[in-house]
Design a binder for this molecule. Sequence first.
Ligand SMILES: Cc1cc2nc3c(=O)[nH]c(=O)nc-3n(C[C@H](O)[C@H](O)[C@H](O)COP(=O)(O)OP(=O)(O)OC[C@H]3O[C@@H](n4cnc5c(N)ncnc54)[C@H](O)[C@@H]3O)c2cc1C
Length: 457
Amino acid sequence: MNKEIVIIGAGPGGYEAAMEGARLGHKITLIDDYGVGGTCLHWGCIPTKTFYKQSKLLYDMNRAQSHGLSYGAIELNHVELLKRKQEIVTVLENGIMRTLKSLGVNIIEGRGYIDGKTVIVKGTNKPVVLEPEVIVLAMGSKPKLLPIEGCKLEGVLDSKGLLALTEIPKSLTIVGAGVIGLEFASIFNQSGTKVTVVEYLDRILPTQDLAVAKRLMSYMKQQGITLITGAKAQCITKEQGALNLNYSLVKNSHSSNDNHGLDSNVNVLKSDYILVAVGRTGNITAFEPATSDIEVANNFVVVNEHLETSVKNIFAIGDINGMNMLAHGASYQGKWLMKYISGLENQISHLMPAAVFTIPEIASVGFTEEQLKEKGIPYNSNKTMFGTLGKAHAMNETEGFIKILTDYEDTLLGVHIIGADASNLIQEAVLAMSSHMPLKVLQSIIHTHPTLSEIYL
Ligand SMILES: Cc1cc2nc3c(=O)[nH]c(=O)nc-3n(C[C@H](O)[C@H](O)[C@H](O)COP(=O)(O)OP(=O)(O)OC[C@H]3O[C@@H](n4cnc5c(N)ncnc54)[C@H](O)[C@@H]3O)c2cc1C
């Protein structure tokens, strides 16, 4: 029953799988070439949310007068923020390491490679060769490159590079209006950076409900961020220390953006730095896709409904399988897989909430209205504004709404929130949806007053 399992990659997918596997009695070896914690801890969720907290504080402080508060000028110390971020990362990394060790997980630092069903770890010491019964690929993802001239110039950064800057940019052009691009737009806009976002599609946040995305676009513009949709990045050049992003407006784009009076020929945006945030791709570092039997599509490892790859007993979890590209998605898959291998689970859940940490926040679970229309699923849509809540007024956070989509039997199909604390509020919808609770039952539950959770009533 108990198996020898090797996990390559110690991000939230790999380390949660290792902990769960060890708890279930399996013999686990966890391999990583960069300590434990992965992208999420070192260059993703945690660093960005540390930055986000600062930007939200700035946003609130700038509106403090309406709460009867006034004070002198606010001074930003970016180096202090970086120090705080690093302290948080270290505390969390040590915590993960302690738990793994206390559960008896064998941790090897080095780069893992697969040859057939053998794992070879190359690190500072001599290579370790392992022949486990089960291999779990949890190598995560890396930023997609922008295949245009000038993308390797100094100052053209990915999210990791931007997080490492020791100064606050005076101006920043962001290519890509997905989650990562917009979170950084919100963060640096509050720090005083002149932020311009250029997006190829005719809308921002393509995975979110359109009404929510449109509302965010209008809030971001009010906050001073320039958003240009339907715009194709053409090339980057450097002139007297400044970077120029050349872009053209996409013909026939149904852009909701007024495009600032620009024509459809090439336009130029000048800035100190450029962030490329055009998506992420699987980090296929442990095998050679051309010669391996492990099937890969669009740089992600293909898995079946049990997260098994095309090779028996080799599984893939988290970003590397491209299913949802979320830290909690990776953790869930890691834990689920260990239960599946132990014969305790058979059916994976696809109910995956997601949050976007902009100002205000966005969170969602289930189908968007556009997906329901596309699938021909009949639905009712209920919208409530944050402005109807006493607590939202007290907090001076009246922007936004909740959109609840139900079928004609009152079953929840999707919930979409834009507004204060959306990332926490969504959890009530996740609970209701995972327990198949009709909307009227959810609404009959007593909600504390005054709270933002009354948005569900
Ligand atoms: C800027 C940014 C912000 C984000 N914010 C959020 C957020 O707020 N919420 C959220 O849910 N998600 C967020 N994400 C996404 C989240 O970070 C990922 O979904 C999550 O880290 C995926 O976990 P994982 O375990 O699959 O892989 P990863 O966390 O990428 O971990 C993979 C690990 O494998 C190691 N590795 C790779 N190849 C090898 C090899 N051959 N041998 C040994 N080790 C190897 C890597 O060094 C890494 O440590 C964010 C991502 C970014 C970039």
